[in-house]
Design a protein around this ligand. Structure first.
Ligand code: GLN
Length: 535
């Protein structure tokens, strides 16, 4: 088993996760089995309780773990199977250590960061290595070198590398080489300093992935190599991508990153065959079609809040050889200016998941606009609940219809709390989470798109369609095209009379990959292309 540790320097948001995932893709395409994991130095036990403004999207795994969005990159770029073990936070580490201490497991010793916390971190690396049976385990350390809270993780990986020995572990440091406009130059000093910071703890990186806006050039590479004590071929350029994040694996291949990793770790593997990725890129750069999709949400200013949704839309485009222009629309803007004004001209409308009352009315107006104007609509989780509320109000003529999440005393609670959720007081990890079976109705659009009758999709919600109203909906041209196998929970709804109006209680976006676009997103974009030809 071989280990790659990915750290980051200078600033956050350098795309360490993307770099780790891209290296994973390259190694997989050389025929190696790859596993990935992420360590997050914050004290939250998981990001499930964090606001999207703070943390971006919460990515949900098959087993229901609420994790960091970098795990989404791992799943999109590789075939790695992720579970709750693949994301470790300081909060989890301390929780485990403190529980052990209370049980008396430390036999009266003083419990300390070194060795007790660092051992706990190393245990996790061994556990994931053991479970995954991979050839290479890539571990990404969140945060930036120099952060106080990241220190125990860095100490742990230093010790770990010593343990597994030379040739079995390597350190890859992702750093920034900024372009200073006034000087007209790229600057290497921040990189030198962040490498010095790493060396202070005893980690000497083998590879530096340099994020930059301009080509590094031979001279600068030499300078970085010299001052950072990294061989020349270990200085890798990772320039800002021009078209898409899916260029990154190809860019790193051109820089021979995977060759170097294999050489340093003594891995004997043929060159990566990246033809699938080249084909994807071709479709992204020069697509046959082009559609405009409106995403109506509330965290619109923030790219990371709906990360997987945006990616899945792009994948739907790839499946249709279509470019997608995603228009991010603030639901409150629709409340202020009206739906037609903001949504006119779009080829499709998508309402993603969400919590809390702000912007709800704008989303209801967007669903109504899509339904009444034959604009393809895809609703995800909250987006399905919105479609249900809209239909109840405007077609079933229940003007007060609402979800009890937003109006606990509503006269017509068409969306209500699951019984099992009624007494929940602890917020972390208590929603209906993770993959559940969904049975599709014969002859439905969903069954046709999936080409299957039972599918497994990931969930993250507390509220549900209220079956008390089911008959009334069904009599008015609204169909339930997917439900839990016992038929009680509504999972998918459709309007068969509409060119494409489909919404699901689950999150299909978490299972979409550029190499395997999700059927619902694929179908949605197909419908948007068809719609774009109409006046
Ligand atoms: N707030 C809604 C619920 O809890 C929807 C959740 C979501 O969209 N993820 O049911």
């Amino acid at each position: 088993m071989k280990y790659v540790f990915v750290t980051g320097g200078v600033v956050s948001s350098l795309g360490k996760g993307l770099t780790a995932a891209s290296l994973g893709a390259l190694l997989e395409n050389r025929g190696l089995k790859v596993a990935l994991q992420k360590f997050d130095p914050y004290l939250n036990v998981d990001p499930g309780t964090m606001n999207p403004y703070q943390h971006g999207e919460v990515y949900v795994l098959e087993d229901g773990a609420e994790t960091d969005l970098d795990l989404g990159h791992y799943e999109r770029f590789t075939h790695t199977q992720l579970t709750r073990f693949n994301n470790l936070t300081s909060g989890q580490v301390y929780q485990t250590v403190l529980e052990k201490e209370r049980r008396g497991a430390y036999l009266g010793k003083t419990v300390q960061v070194i060795p007790h916390v660092t051992d706990e971190i190393q245990n996790r690396i061994y556990q994931v290595a053991e479970k995954s049976k991979a050839d290479v385990l890539i571990t990404e350390i969140g945060g930036t070198t120099g952060d106080i809270e990241g220190l125990p993780f860095l100490e742990a990986i230093r010790e770990f590398a010593l343990d597994v020995g030379y040739n079995n572990a390597l350190f890859l440091h992702v750093t920034l080489v900024p372009f200073i406009k006034a000087a007209g130059e790229l600057k290497t000093k921040p990189t030198q300093q962040s490498v010095a910071k790493l060396r202070e703890i005893g980690i000497a990186p083998h590879i530096l992935v340099c994020r930059c806006e301009q080509p590094l050039g031979k001279e600068l590479r030499q300078k970085i190599s010299m001052f950072c004590n990294v061989p020349y071929e270990g200085v890798i350029e990772e320039r800002d991508v021009e078209h898409s994040i899916y260029e990154v694996p190809l860019m790193l291949q051109r820089e021979r990153l995977d060759d170097l990793v294999c050489r340093l770790l003594r891995l004997d593997a043929p060159p990566a065959n990246m033809s699938i990725w080249q084909d994807i890129l071709r479709k992204l750069i020069a697509p046959q079609h082009r559609v405009r999709i409106g995403v109506v949400g509330k965290y619109i200013g923030l790219n990371d809040a709906y990360k997987s949704v945006y990616e899945a839309i792009i994948h739907g485009g790839i499946a249709n050889d279509s470019g997608v222009d995603i228009e991010k629309i603030d639901a409150e803007e629709i409340e202020r200016g009206g739906a037609a004004k903001r949504l006119k001209g779009l080829n499709g409308i998508l309402v993603p998941g969400g919590f809390g009352e702000r912007g709800i009315q704008g989303k209801v107006l967007a669903a109504q606009y899509a339904r009444e104007n034959n604009v393809p609509y895809l609703g995800l989780c909250l987006g399905m609940q919105i479609a249900v509320i809209e239909f109840a109000r405007n077609v079933l003529k229940l003007p007060h219809a609402h979800s009890t999440e937003f109006d606990p005393d509503t006269q017509d609670p068409v969306i209500a709390l699951l019984d099992e959720q009624k007494n929940v007081t602890r917020m972390g990890g208590t929603m209906r989470l993770g993959a559940q079976a969904c049975q599709l109705a014969l002859g439905s659009r969903a069954a046709q798109l999936y080409g299957a009758f039972v599918v497994h999709e990931r969930h993250r919600h507390r509220y549900e369609f209220n079956n008390f109203y089911r008959d009334r909906f069904m009599k008015s041209g609204f169909t339930v095209s997917g439900s839990s196998p016992d038929g009680t929970l509504v999972e998918l709804i459709e309007l068969p009379e509409h060119p494409f109006f489909l919404a699901c209680q689950f999150h299909p976006e978490f299972q979409s990959k550029p190499t395997a676009p999700h059927p619902l997103f694929k179908g949605f974009i197909t419908a948007c292309i068809a719609q774009s030809g109409k006046p």
